[in-house]
Structures are given as structure tokens and as C-alpha cells.
Design a protein around this ligand. Structure first.
Ligand SMILES: *Cc1c(COP(=O)(O)O)cnc(C)c1O
Length: 466
């Protein structure tokens, strides 16, 4: 029983540990003051353990304490935002960071991030330029829009558009009316709900129609002197089937313009390429929205566009200008890294090599045979490592609030293990972590969403669960 008391008394001081030769590498790696902090916390913990008598009498030497402090330092400084391997088969996985960037976008980010840039500098005049110029001409060329504005994300784009076009002003202190179908009062996830965004913008929500059916005359009957716009919100993450109907965008445009209203289209994902050639339902494109007569169209940069997080507003010059001039625009503006990555990503749409260069589109357009070949090569590796592993047909999803319920045929690896939840947890602890699905007590690996550079790490992590 005298052991704990002695051990307590024999604990070294922070000073002694701090000057111990074993501490020197920690000082170098982590800095002196953080290292002292870790040594102090280690000593405190050890003292508390000794007092409780749960150190089972093991000798406590200085090197052990320093090594414990090292573990603390590692935990404190380990990045929580890390690379991860997506083996789920959900291409635009919001929790896993949505779209991986293409090579040219990565290069552009590095170029611009490493030093100074022409973010707001006009080289021709030597005077202040506009950050909006960088993606603007590319997006105008691709979509045919008169004008473009890029902000932080699409939630910000929708908030900004509604605030600038129907929010509170001196003339309309209670905001102006924004008409939307009850079938489009959606929640996207992450706290984005159309009615809440409307309320925040100051626009007055005028809901019309029913959940499943809204007619053109429902919109028409709701128009009054203080109505500013009709909002169309794309039902990104669910589908309505059965007895449903709503007017086309072109019909809404005609109605809006006949009454001097604006038609505002929240496209959500907003594809720039047609998804139909890949056996998917057509996701509405930004170009088609403009063609149908929308005055302003908003969509994300990191969904089907396959670029960085961004919110893109395109449309009539005068309308975009109203959004750009609103004070909120400054609060939600895009940063230089986003603009560099976005511009580089967009060049692939103009050059016509988006399918080959942009990871999201590479994954969508991967031929089923190529996936099957990859799956069967992996299966061989895993069988050789002693795992029980079968190839099965399955489906990949596009995800990210686009094409709800639509899937792409794929070949999955189904791995049988005795404790699938534990095995999945072990894969999450791998470096880099591997994220998989569990179905019918088997680990399911979809090769579609594993990037080429992930392959060695993915296979190593899987072999380790054998
Ligand atoms: C995804 C989505 C948003 C939000 O876009 P973020 O880029 O995630 O901010 C808004 N509206 C719709 C219809 C969406 O699908």
C-alpha cells in the first residue's frame, strides 16, 4: 500500500521532464510551449491515477511519461479533416466532401495559393480588377448567360437572389411576394429548407397548389401588386411519382413575364452536361433553364459540375447586377482558391473533355465492363489474402442532391467477415480511412468511386481485415 504514495512523491517535475534528452525531439517537432503543456497534462493524469490507485503499481520512469506526452501531442495535432477513400458507390457524397477536383483545378489552386495572384487586379490597366471576371467569361460561353456571379455555395446563392430581388426595402418594408409550389418547399439537408431561407431573405413566401399537383392558374391567382417573383426549386433529393403535375419552366416564364415578375430557378445540382447518355434520367441543365426563360438560375459548384464548393448565379445582366450590388454579396463572396479551381474545371466543358478530365464525370461515364474488370482483379488479390469475397451486381448512386432514385449499374465486391460492424470500424481507422457500406452482414465495396490513386491503400486496408 505504500507503493502509490512513494510513486506519487517520486513523480518528476515538469521542469525535469522538459530538460530530459528524450524531450528534445518533441520540442523540435511540436514547439517548446506545446510540449511543456503536454508534459504537464501527462503528469496531472498520472498523479490522478496514482491517487485513485489504478496504476497497478507499475514503475513510472521519465521516458514513459515523455512517451505518453508524445501520444498526447500526436492526438492534439492530428488533422481531423483528412483524405478518405470512398468505396460507397455514392459519387457526390456530401459527407465525404462532394466532388473530387480535376488535375488542372488542383494545379490552378496551387499556383494561386502559393503566392500572389491577379484576384482583383487588372493587368491591362494596372488598376483594381474584379474577382468576378475569372469564371464569368467561361460560364457565359458555356451557358449562354448574359452575366454570372459566383458566391460561397448554392445556399448563399439562393439567399442572395431572394434577398436582392424580393427582400425588405424602404419601399417594401415587409418584403415582396415570392410564389412557390407547395410541392417544392423542400429540405435539402444540412439545415437548408426553402421556407426558412425565404424567411431569412425577407421575401414573403406565397405557397400555391398542393404537394402533388400545382397548376399554372394556381400561380396566376396568387399574383398581386407586391409580388416580385416566381421561384422554382428543383426537388433534388426525392422524386414524386403518381398523380402529380406542375407547369413547365417555359410556362412559368411566360406567366412571370406577362405580369412583370422574375422567374428564379434554384437548380440545385445543375448539370452542364446531359446525364441521359449514361442511362440516367435527365438532370436539368443550366443552359436549358435559361433557354426556357428563367431570369436567374442558381446551382452548386461541387455537385454535378464537379468543381469546388461554390454557388453560381447566371442570368440576365440587369438581374445579376442587382444581386452583385447587394451588401450580402460581399458577405458570401467566393475566395481565390474556389475561383481558381472553378475556372480550371470549367475549361474542360469548353474543350469538350469534361468526361475524361473531371472525376465526377469519369465516374459517371465509367463503362460497366471496366468496373467489372477492376472488381475481379481486386477479388483475386483479396482471395489470395484469405478473405471470402464474391462479385455481385449492384447499383452506384450519383448522390449530392441530384437524380434521386437514379442509379448506375456496377459490380460490387461483397466481403464476408464474422463481425462486419467491427471490420467497417477497422477500415475507418485505416490510414487513409476507408468508408464502405454494409449489406446483409457483408462489407460492400463499389470500385466506381475509388479513385485510381486510392487503389493500393484500399487493397492494403482490406487485406488487413483478413
Ligand atoms: C444542394 C442544393 C442547395 C444547396 O447548395 P449548396 O451548394 O450545398 O449550398 C440548394 N438548393 C437545391 C435545390 C439543392 O439541391
Amino acid at each position: 500500500m505504500s507503493q502509490p504514495r512513494n510513486a506519487l512523491r517520486d513523480l518528476p517535475s515538469v521542469d525535469r521532464l522538459s530538460n530530459h534528452p528524450d524531450t528534445e525531439p518533441l520540442n523540435k517537432a511540436y514547439g517548446r510551449s506545446l510540449t511543456v503543456e503536454a508534459l504537464r497534462q501527462t503528469l496531472e493524469q498520472t498523479r490522478a491515477e496514482l491517487k485513485r490507485g489504478d496504476n497497478n503499481g507499475s514503475a513510472i520512469d521519465d521516458s514513459t511519461l515523455i512517451s505518453d506526452a508524445k501520444s498526447l501531442l500526436e492526438i492534439w495535432l492530428a488533422p481531423t479533416l483528412r483524405r478518405a477513400i470512398n468505396a460507397t458507390g455514392v459519387i457526390i457524397h456530401t459527407n465525404l466532401g462532394r466532388a473530387p477536383l480535376c488535375d488542372s483545378a488542383l494545379k490552378a489552386v496551387q499556383e494561386v495559393a502559393q503566392g500572389y495572384s491577379t484576384l482583383e487586379y487588372d493587368l491591362d490597366t494596372g488598376k483594381r480588377g474584379s474577382r468576378h471576371a475569372h469564371a464569368e467569361s467561361l460560364l457565359r460561353r458555356i451557358t449562354g448567360a448574359e452575366a454570372v456571379l459566383v458566391v460561397n455555395n448554392n445556399a448563399a446563392a439562393v439567399l442572395l437572389a431572394l434577398t436582392a430581388l424580393a427582400g425588405r426595402t424602404d419601399i417594401a418594408p415587409n418584403g415582396r411576394g415570392a410564389i412557390i409550389s407547395r410541392g417544392q418547399l423542400i429540405e435539402i439537408g444540412g439545415g437548408f429548407r426553402i421556407p426558412d431561407v425565404m424567411a431569412q431573405s425577407g421575401a414573403r413566401l406565397i405557397e400555391v397548389g398542393t404537394t402533388n399537383r400545382t397548376h399554372l392558374h394556381d400561380y396566376e391567382n396568387a399574383i398581386s401588386a407586391d409580388t416580385a417573383l416566381i421561384l422554382r426549386a428543383h426537388r433534388s433529393n426525392f422524386a414524386m411519382v403518381g398523380f402529380t403535375s406542375e407547369p413547365t419552366l417555359a410556362e412559368l416564364a411566360e406567366l412571370a413575364h406577362a405580369h412583370d415578375l422574375l422567374l428564379v430557378d434554384d437548380l440545385g445540382s445543375g448539370a452542364l452536361l446531359d446525364t441521359a447518355p449514361f442511362g440516367l434520367a435527365p438532370e436539368p441543365t443550366a443552359q436549358a433553364s435559361l433557354k426556357a426563360g428563367a431570369d436567374i438560375v442558381m446551382f452548386s459548384g461541387d455537385k454535378l459540375l464537379g468543381g469546388p464548393q461554390a454557388g453560381i448565379l447566371i442570368g440576365k445582366a440587369e438581374i445579376i447586377e442587382r444581386a452583385r450590388r447587394h451588401p450580402l454579396a460581399r458577405a458570401v463572396r467566393a475566395d481565390k482558391l474556389c475561383l481558381a479551381a472553378l475556372a480550371a474545371t470549367l475549361t474542360h466543358y469548353l474543350k469538350g473533355d469534361a468526361l475524361a478530365q473531371i472525376p465526377v464525370w469519369q465516374m459517371i461515364s465509367q463503362p460497366p465492363d471496366a468496373i467489372k474488370q477492376k472488381a475481379s482483379a481486386w477479388q483475386e488479390t483479396l482471395l489470395a489474402a484469405g478473405l471470402t469475397c464474391e462479385l455481385i451486381g449492384g447499383e452506384s448512386a450519383v448522390g449530392g442532391g441530384s437524380l434521386p432514385g437514379e442509379t448506375l449499374p456496377t459490380t460490387l465486391l461483397a466481403i464476408s467477415v464474422s463481425a462486419p460492424e467491427q471490420a467497417a470500424a477497422q477500415l475507418r481507422r485505416a490510414d487513409p480511412p476507408v468508408i464502405v457500406r454494409i449489406e446483409e452482414d457483408r462489407l460492400i465495396i463499389d470500385p466506381r468511386t475509388a479513385l485510381p490513386r486510392d487503389e493500393p491503400d484500399l487493397l492494403a486496408a482490406l487485406r488487413a481485415i483478413a
